[in-house]
Design a protein around this ligand. Structure first.
Ligand SMILES: Cc1cc2nc3c(=O)[nH]c(=O)nc-3n(C[C@H](O)[C@H](O)[C@H](O)COP(=O)(O)O)c2cc1C
Length: 247
């Protein structure tokens, strides 16, 4: 079993994939770069990079030097600009939004970008508490509702790690494997996991710029996390989480 699971970390599987039979090479259109919006969706636009006034310019070297995991947060709120910056840094669109291949602020194998970003948002100026989904194409947030006891539910989703419910915001990244499988078939699993690391590292670095701290969370309850953000656990499921707040 252990040996079998370790194979996941190798690239041996690539040699077994018949790339002539991938959906891409069979001529199927790629899955959408972003989950479609439900009809009548309530979308809140976020300030764009060229409009930001309060985001400082910490050097990359300083950000890397300072980065560390933070599990205790001040009760202060993030500003809307700060949240917009964190979302842009982790999954934002770089250049023109293209319906087939959209470049973002993070790298992704084959430019497939298999993630959606959900937030358990507790303290951000101008936003009511609740669950939101980031829309990279529109650079906006979609409000999905506010289940009762959101703090407890976020913490329970993180296997009772309390800081996940005491943050200003807790990020939930879901994977939609089909986006990557369209190009890489069975060789997708490892690269999807690799892709997630870049996203979270950018969150850590961006937090340093705004006087916040983050903590990556991979110990979570699959069932509770998927239920909280409202995904089916089959074609879309939570892969990684991170909480953050002012320090
Ligand atoms: C993939 C991954 C999963 C992690 N999961 C958790 C977690 O569930 N809970 C937690 O408190 N910290 C978690 N961490 C944070 C690590 O404990 C932390 O990065 C490590 O102790 C080193 O500390 P540093 O980030 O301050 O350098 C995770 C980090 C990574 C990269």
């Amino acid at each position: 079993m252990k040996k079998q699971l370790r194979e996941f970390l190798k690239d041996t599987i690539r040699q077994t994939v018949d790339f002539s039979a991938t959906k891409q090479n069979l001529g199927y259109p790629p899955p959408p770069v972003q989950k479609p919006l439900p009809p009548g969706a309530e979308v809140v636009p976020l300030p764009r990079r060229e409009e930001w006034k309060s985001i400082g310019d910490l050097s990359v070297a300083e950000g890397i030097a300072r980065r560390h995991s933070v599990r205790k947060y001040l009760p202060s709120a993030l500003s809307k600009e700060e949240l917009a910056f964190l979302l842009w840094a982790t999954q934002g669109v770089r250049g023109e939004a293209d319906p087939v291949r959209m470049f973002r602020t993070v790298p992704s194998a084959g430019c497939r970008h298999p993630f959606e970003t959900y937030l358990a948002l507790f303290r951000v100026e101008g936003f009511e508490k609740g669950i939101y989904r980031y829309l990279p194409v529109e650079h906006a947030l979609l409000f999905l509702g506010c289940p009762p006891g959101l703090e407890e539910k976020a913490s329970r989703a993180a296997l009772n790690q309390p800081f996940a419910g005491k943050s200003a915001v807790t990020f939930f990244w879901t994977a939609l494997p089909e986006r990557t499988e369209w190009r890489y078939s069975e060789a997708s699993v490892k690269v999807i996991a690799l892709d997630a690391g870049h996203v979270c590292q950018n969150l850590y670095l961006a937090c340093e710029v705004i006087g916040a701290g983050a903590c990556a969370i991979a110990a979570y309850s699959q069932e509770d996390a998927d239920a909280l953000v409202g995904v089916d656990s089959e074609d879309e499921f939570v892969l990684y989480m991170a909480s953050l707040g002012k320090v």
